[in-house]
Write a protein that binds this ligand. Structure first.
Ligand SMILES: C[S@@+](CC[C@H](N)C(=O)[O-])C[C@H]1O[C@@H](n2cnc3c(N)ncnc32)[C@H](O)[C@@H]1O
Length: 300
């Protein structure tokens, strides 16, 4: 049979085919999409070189045999290797911006994106934000999106991993923010002695031993350093809480994501007045503390 005899398949039909295969294979969706349809759609749009903005027109488009085959092999890899789609396409959107990703960094998905879009208001008067620190920057999504939403600010994008910082650098160049975002190799605050910021933001590794062992296979594709936060998940968070005050201006704020470790954190610090944030697009486990609230803080 020649390729001209291959039955034509539309974008919509192929998305449906992928979604059905994904559901049957019991995949996990936690890396930017939360359902089989969206995950299949991203692979089809990527493979066909289509833009999600053009979805209405694109759905009826017929795909030629070569493209069809390429997309079906992406489906195959998503299923057999349990690779999150973002590592197959090397892209993910965060706070409205596209970032390059690969297995050296976590797939961006933090609800902190919403805070960045509102320029960290109402937690701080955004006109006072001159310096931002992102601890555990990974792809640089938080640091770079913050720089793009706060044109007057400079941002330090810190990570302990050289590999992660290589990806951060690619994204800094891609978004042309080299003059305002710098990478810093640092174990939490260690490489940042004497630096002070208006906003310190972090999505650190916060998964504890027990939760880590129970995670779906897809998370095994992500760098362990980006997920595992020690026995109770809070190793890095304890350090941040202990040292943040020394790195914040008086009017500054600390914003940290701890995900499912929220309860453990509250138990460990019963006297700390964490403000837990709510998000329109879902997600949680993110707290805010002001510099004033952090002053003199000691672990319970
Ligand atoms: C959960 S990922 C977050 C990545 C990115 N900020 C995001 O939101 O997608 C945590 C990051 O923290 C980094 N990290 C782990 N331990 C660290 C440490 N002691 N100091 C600084 N960064 C650390 C990891 O390399 C990883 O890139």
């Amino acid at each position: 049979m020649t390729s001209s005899a291959t039955p034509l398949v539309s974008v919509q039909e192929l998305i449906r085919e992928g979604a059905e295969r994904f559901k049957k294979a019991n995949l996990w969706f936690g890396h930017g999409s939360d359902n089989a349809h969206d995950e299949a759609a991203e692979l089809v749009f990527f493979g066909a070189g289509l833009r999600h903005e053009d979805a209405d027109r694109a759905y009826a488009q017929q795909l030629d045999a070569r493209v069809l085959q390429a997309i079906r092999s992406l489906f195959d890899r998503r299923i057999s290797e349990r690779i999150p789609a973002a590592y197959l396409t090397h892209r993910m959107w965060f706070a409205g911006h596209e970032f390059y990703v690969d297995e050296r960094v976590l797939v961006p998905r933090s609800p902190i994106a919403e805070l960045i879009e509102s320029r960290f208001e109402p937690w701080i008067d955004s006109s006072r934000i001159r310096r931002v620190l992102d601890i555990g920057t990974g792809s640089g999504c938080i640091a770079i999106a913050a720089a793009l939403s706060l044109p007057q600010a400079t941002v330090d994008a810190a990570d302990i991993s050289e590999d992660a910082l290589a990806v951060t650098t690619l994204n800094i160049e891609r978004h042309k923010v080299q003059s305002r975002v710098r990478t810093v190799r640092s174990d939490v605050f260690q490489g940042l002695a004497h630096e002070r910021y208006d906003v310190i933001v972090s999505n650190p590794p916060y998964v504890g031993d027990e939760e880590l062992n129970a995670l779906p296979e897809e998370y095994g594709r992500e760098p362990r350093l980006g997920l595992h936060g020690g026995h109770d998940g809070l190793n890095i968070v304890h350090t941040i809480l202990r040292e943040a005050h020394a790195h914040l201006h008086e009017h500054g704020v600390l914003i940290v994501e701890v995900g499912n470790s929220e309860e453990v954190l509250i138990k460990a610090y019963p006297h700390v007045p964490f403000t837990w944030l709510e998000f329109e697009r879902g997600g949680g486990g993110v707290f805010v503390l002001t510099a004033e609230q952090l002053e003199g803080m000691t672990r319970a």
